[in-house]
Design a protein around this ligand. Structure first.
Ligand SMILES: Nc1ncnc2c1ncn2[C@@H]1O[C@H](COP(=O)(O)OP(=O)(O)OP(=O)(O)O)[C@@H](O)[C@H]1O
Ligand SMILES: [Mg+2]
Length: 292
């Protein structure tokens, strides 16, 4: 597998970038290198999807780029600001002012109305919303008649649109979305994806989205593929079919591995005689997995 560096043509004024970023969790035998030298530039105004097998480092990359997690080695910048070496306080302010988040679980505050949720980051920052922009965002996400509702009174798709509006209303440098359609049916998912694409095309909003869904990725301008902590490929102007083809070529080995693992687990669980051995020799289980 050839390593592709996604910084072949540096973009002046990238919205965010990483340079040779490594992220190592734990130490000794438990050590995991979740990112192994990732360099990426997120062009301003572009909608980028990050894909790859489970455990390939997608969320880790997003967290490092967003300043939610520190890197072990390498450099991350949002706009012109390098994150490495910033104090905790400066980092908190940077996240508050320059970054928007959309999560799979919506993460809305249940006691606040839709409108209060949308305006919360601005109120925390002591900033006044730009009225025109606020109205544009509300109309774009189609929430005008739901602003007084609490999250429990909204459908999943509507809640996620509230979360998108909340991310967009402060006009952050970058919006990071980790599987934003993971909990939505296909119609609500398509609405959210359409809205994200519209935000990037028409408002110049930079968006990075992690997804497992080739159809969701096809809304993006560019798809970056991670495998085992490295960028291994990318697609511009992706179609669902092209994304699926790339994924197949990446995921076969890990699927086979996880299938073999699942079979081992099931067999062990189903066979009571295997249980004491599994307890007595936990190392045996991992030996078998490695040999599978
Ligand atoms: N806090 C942590 N401590 C130890 N290891 C971690 C931690 N977070 C992630 N990892 C490991 O780092 C690797 C990458 O994890 P990450 O969550 O980035 O994967 P992912 O691509 O987002 O996967 P998924 O598609 O399942 O969400 C995995 O091997 C994971 O077990
Ligand atoms: Mg993840």
């Amino acid at each position: 597998m050839s390593e592709v560096t996604a910084t072949d043509s540096p973009v002046p004024g990238a919205a965010a970038r990483s340079v040779d970023v490594w992220k190592v969790y734990g130490s000794g035998e438990a050590q995991v290198s979740a990112l192994r030298g990732v360099s990426i530039e997120l062009e301003r105004g572009a909608f980028t999807a990050i894909m790859g097998p489970s455990g390939s480092g997608k969320s880790t990359l997003m967290h490092c780029l967003a300043g939610l997690d520190t890197v072990t080695k390498g450099e991350v910048a949002i706009g012109d600001t390098k994150l490495t070496g910033l104090s905790d306080r400066a980092l908190t302010n940077l996240r508050r002012d320059k970054v928007g988040f959309v999560f799979q679980q919506f993460n809305l505050l249940p006691t606040l109305t839709a409108q209060e949720n949308i305006l919360l980051p601005l109120s925390i920052a002591g900033r006044k919303p730009d009225r025109d922009w606020y109205n544009t965002v509300i109309d774009t996400v189609g929430l005008r008649d739901r602003l007084k509702h609490r999250p429990s009174q909204l459908s999943g798709g509507q809640q996620q649109r509230v979360a998108c509006a909340r991310a967009l209303v402060s006009r952050p440098e970058v919006i990071f979305a980790d599987e934003p359609t993971g909990n939505l049916d296909s119609r609500s998912g398509a609405e959210v994806l359409g809205f994200l694409r519209h935000s990037s095309r028409d408002f110049g909003q930079t968006i990075v989205m992690v997804t497992h869904d080739p159809n969701a990725a096809s809304y993006a301008d560019r798809v970056v593929f991670l495998s085992d902590g490295q960028i291994v490929d990318e697609l511009r102007n992706p179609t669902p079919e092209a994304v699926l083809d790339k994924l197949k070529s990446l995921e076969v080995p890990s699927d086979e591995a996880s299938e073999a693992l699942a079979v081992d687990d099931v067999e062990e669980a189903a066979d009571p005689a295997a249980e004491p051995a599994a307890v007595a020799e936990p190392a045996g289980a991992s030996d078998r997995t490695e040999n599978a």
